[in-house]
Write a protein that binds this ligand. Structure first.
Ligand code: RRO
Length: 423
């Protein structure tokens, strides 16, 4: 197939998605957190391929966050740490009509993308007040102002010193959901039903099956209010230390304890998405987030039952160009697998079977013969093969050198000891 034909086929592959009643031109967007705290940062997301624009979690008032240094990237690129402590410009900044207009005017794609506001109040009353303000501001909007398409209520921030993660306390979470339902109902009555945007709930990672059972039982009771859940927030209270030089944590705030993100958490995120998808009412979508770097990572999340995905750490490190790259990679995978739409992958993870393992090995071998470059990309062992190759090459070179030296010594009638340094 020529490059032109390939491009034409690629453009026919549908990577758009619906999240509740939101339409996303691309099924991947930014996570709340890195590069989402200012109008300038949000404009870059709006101008990119990202399927939506999501703000940093807001508190009622602007705040600076925890003291620096409060972030750390491990040198192996597998893990990142943050104890940001909710630095943000305050809810009024993110919901102002001027902000939304300035941000969303940067959107260059023909399809509109949603503007979503994340909330992480310091207490329940703060979250309720922010929901009231969103309803009020949308009520006063001009028809041309881009809407706040959804609210992501963050019940999982690990970095507010002295405040436990709400998502781990089922009683507190139940009380929060009950109060939010009441306030959303009040706003709908006061204004108009479409004024209060659909709600997503951001969850912490769960590690025990009994916790998945508890949280899904609770969330299912609010199926009429919750459009989607976002899983996972960072793995709370991880510790990165500099044991070589400083013998201290890398991060100053909160005694060094910080939220863990990046590729290391991808496996926990996949499990959370799969367990939530299995336990939640079908009417609620699951947004997959945690360790997504590549198109393959998105594909894996979709297999586990994510409807759309968010990118946090990779967006932090690479900037908004990551969305273009991930989109291209995802389209290529879909094309290779013969899919015409990302929706065909949704929740399609199959149980392990020996037959599938054999089939996969055979497919990989075939691909190696027909397209070695693509096969290498799919095959994690290729880099291991490369290391093995260079090891063998080094041994051969060392042996050749030894033979050459011993030959030279023989020619000159010198003993081996003549190579040793003299006093
Ligand atoms: O700002 C933060 O410290 C932060 C938040 Br709100 C969050 O939800 N998750 C995280 O890892 N850091």
């Amino acid at each position: 197939m020529t490059q032109q034909q390939q491009q034409k086929q690629q453009s026919n592959i549908d990577v758009s998605a619906s999240l509740g009643n939101l339409k996303l031109p691309f099924c991947v967007y930014n996570a709340s957190g890195p590069r989402s705290g200012t109008i300038e940062a949000l404009q870059k997301i709006a101008a990119s391929t990202s399927g939506a624009v999501l703000t940093k979690s807001a508190t009622i008032l602007p705040q600076e966050g925890n003291p620096l240094p409060r972030t750390y990237h491990a040198p192996d690129h597998m893990a990142s740490f943050n104890s940001e402590g909710l630095p943000n410009k305050g809810i009024d900044y993110y919901i102002a009509a001027d902000t939304r207009t300035a941000v969303m005017n940067e959107t260059t794609t023909t399809a509109a993308k949603p503007y979503i506001v994340s909330l992480s109040g310091k207490c329940l009353e703060d979250n309720l007040e922010m929901i009231r303000r969103i309803a009020a501001v949308q009520h006063n909007d001009a028809t041309t102002t881009p809407k706040i398409a959804s609210i992501e209520l963050n019940l999982a921030c690990p970095n507010v010193i002295g405040k436990p993660i709400i998502g781990y306390d089922m009683d507190q979470m139940a009380q929060t959901l009950q109060q939010v339902e009441q306030v959303m109902g009040e706003c709908q009555n006061r204004y108009h039903s479409t004024i209060v945007p659909p709600l997503g709930i951001k969850l912490p990672p769960y590690l025990d099956f009994s916790h998945f059972a508890q949280v899904t039982l609770l969330l299912n009771q609010y199926r009429d209010m919750i459009s989607y859940v976002v899983s996972i927030n960072t793995v709370g209270n991880a510790l990165a230390i500099d044991g070589v030089d400083m013998e201290t944590p890398h991060i100053c705030s909160n005694d060094g304890y910080a939220g863990l993100s990046g590729p290391a958490v991808k496996y926990t995120a996949l499990a959370n998405v799969r367990k939530l998808r299995a336990g939640l009412d079908e009417s609620m979508a699951v947004v997959g987030v945690g360790g997504i770097r590549t198109g393959q990572d998105v594909y894996d999340m979709m297999l586990c039952g994510a409807t759309v995905c968010q990118v946090a750490t990779q967006h932090w490190k690479e900037g908004s160009v990551c969305f273009d790259r991930i989109r291209d990679e995802l389209i290529q995978i879909l094309q290779q697998k013969g899919h015409t739409s990302i929706q065909q992958v949704y929740n399609q993870l199959q149980p392990y079977s020996k037959e599938r393992a054999t089939m996969a090995r055979q497919q990989q071998q075939q691909l190696k013969q027909t397209n070695p470059t693509a096969a290498n990309k799919n095959d994690n062992s290729s880099s291991i093969d490369e290391v093995q190759f260079y090891k063998t090459l080094s041994i051969i070179l060392i042996m050749a050198l030894a033979i050459l030296i011993s030959y030279e010594l023989k020619q000159r009638h010198l003993p081996l000891s003549s190579l040793l340094p003299t006093e």
